[in-house]
Write a protein that binds this ligand. Structure first.
Ligand SMILES: CC(=O)N[C@H]1[C@@H](OP(=O)(O)OP(=O)(O)OC[C@H]2O[C@@H](n3ccc(=O)[nH]c3=O)[C@H](O)[C@@H]2O)O[C@H](CO)[C@@H](O)[C@@H]1O
Ligand SMILES: C=C(OP(=O)(O)O)C(=O)O
Length: 430
């Protein structure tokens, strides 16, 4: 039976919440364990569906994995397969991150092509062009990309057409075991790319330029297993900041990395959220009405596309008109249509611009999560709305938010997860 998240709006948030490890750092780092033979211990791993899919994929390839609370022990001594099956890739696009490591270490890989997804077409041409440039022979057949490099990969100069996060990660991993030097121009600068680079460095990789647009990698004969603690999830942190901005109240966020959120924090402060931070703790208070602020999503350090939907909800609560421009994905406004069903005044001007007239009241409704962050935005809208919001298709949220219902309930939100039939029972018992 379908599960739903039910939010009774109108509660201000109050209390403390702990941020989990970053999904988008954990996934490439798990893939990178394929680059060396031996045992790895990874800490602060978030318990998410995407992490389970990646560990299932590594197990399919032959890795042994033991999970203990937020730590994962990964043993890559007996990798027996080099194929990422469609069943796993279709569940999670980031499965494509095993392509670079498998090809670099085993000189061959067969990975199902991810295809499009609800937020955009999302091709992987930069990944493939880069690997081809490094000497891989690639063939697309039957929905799979089959890659081989019988004499190993060779270091090259690669210019990405866009600072793609996972293309930078795939190529950086591949380059650590290539012969000679690789230079990645127009590389992604996201903190999760830097975290992967740091993990590779602890494995012995020679990498310079992390966090800049040019990354230099000197290939080595081999790497060693290592331990690593996953960085805080900046998107989860930003989601809590936006929850308090939308619903009002005062919260303390622990275990965060405020340095990774400077653009988001500045934008929210411009909108009137009071924010301060010290070490890994962020304090946020919403006591006055929000002001409308315009945003343009952009690669790091710009405003992250993964927080655009949540920010749109804040702007429905702000005084004035906000223009939201999405530049990363061509179809990432599906939440706007659901928010309109809750009474939000949003006009879409083409596929990449949304104009939000704030200040009106949202009213609870039955809505549908179309992707992970759209799902988060609907929960936030439910917190700010009057009455009951029922969010459907919550499996999207399970991909990337650890215990979001429990965490928001801990902040005083009236929120619960129910099976569809429990909801029906409740409705009739009223
Ligand atoms: C697992 C992970 O880390 N996911 C993140 C990663 O996704 P992901 O790495 O898939 O996103 P990219 O940075 O690659 O995508 C950015 C843009 O480049 C385009 N593109 C990308 C690769 C390519 O070969 N060809 C191409 O045209 C995409 O279609 C998109 O329009 O970065 C996105 C942008 O910050 C985030 O929203 C995702 O949460
Ligand atoms: C788009 C996202 O993830 P993915 O790249 O895994 O689809 C996201 O985390 O918002």
């Amino acid at each position: 039976m379908e599960e739903v998240i039910v939010v009774e709006g109108g509660e201000r948030l109050k209390g403390e919440v702990q941020v989990s490890g970053a999904k988008n750092a954990a996934l490439p780092i798990l893939a990178a364990t394929l680059l060396a033979e031996g045992s790895f211990i990874l800490d602060n791993i978030p318990q998410l569906e995407d992490v389970r899919t990646m560990t299932e994929l590594l197990s399919t390839l032959g890795a042994k994995i033991i999970s203990r609370k937020s730590s994962l022990y990964v043993d890559t001594c007996r990798i027996i397969s080099h194929e990422a099956p469609y069943e796993l890739v279709k569940r999670m696009r980031a499965s494509v991150l095993v392509l670079g490591p498998l090809l670099a270490r085993f000189r061959r890989a067969k990975v199902a092509l991810p295809g499009g997804c609800s937020i955009g077409a999302r091709p992987i041409d930069f990944h493939l062009e880069g690997l081809r440039k490094m000497g891989a022979r690639l063939r697309v057949d039957g929905g799979f990309v089959e890659a081989e490099a019988p004499r190993g990969l060779r270091g090259k100069e690669i210019v990405l057409g866009f600072p793609s996060v996972t293309a930078t990660e795939n190529l950086m991993m591949a380059a650590t075991l290539a012969k000679g030097k690789t230079v990645i121009h127009q590389a992604a600068k996201e903190p999760e790319v830097v975290a992967l680079g740091h993990f590779l460095q602890t494995m012995g990789a020679k990498i310079e330029g992390l966090g800049t647009e040019t990354i230099f990698i000197e290939g080595l004969e081999g790497l060693q297993p290592a331990g690593y603690r996953i960085i805080a999830d900046r998107i989860e942190t930003g989601t809590f900041l936006m929850a308090v901005a939308a619903a009002g109240g005062e919260i303390t966020i622990r275990g965060a990395c405020p340095e990774h959120l400077q653009t988001v924090i500045n934008t929210l402060m411009d909108a009137g959220l009071e924010i301060s931070w010290e070490g890994e703790t962020i304090y946020a208070r919403q006591s006055h009405p929000l002001r409308a602020v315009d945003i343009v999503t952009a690669p790091y350090p710009g405003f992250p596309t993964d927080l655009q939907a949540q920010f749109m909800v804040c702007m429905t609560q702000a005084k004035g008109i906000s223009v939201i421009r999405e530049t990363i994905f061509e179809n990432r406004f599906q939440h706007a249509l659901e928010l309109k069903r809750m009474g939000a005044e949003i006009k879409l001007a083409g596929k990449q611009v949304a104009i939000v007239r704030g200040g009106g009241k949202l009213s609870g409704a039955k809505v549908r999560a179309t992707d992970l962050r759209a799902g988060a935005s609907l929960i936030l809208a439910g917190l700010a709305a009057t009455g009951r919001t029922v969010v459907q298709e919550v499996h999207h949220l399970d991909r990337g938010y650890e215990n979001i219902v429990e965490k928001l309930a801990g902040l005083g939100a009236n929120i619960q997860r129910l099976k569809g039939d429990e909801l029906l029972e409740q409705a009739f018992s009223k």
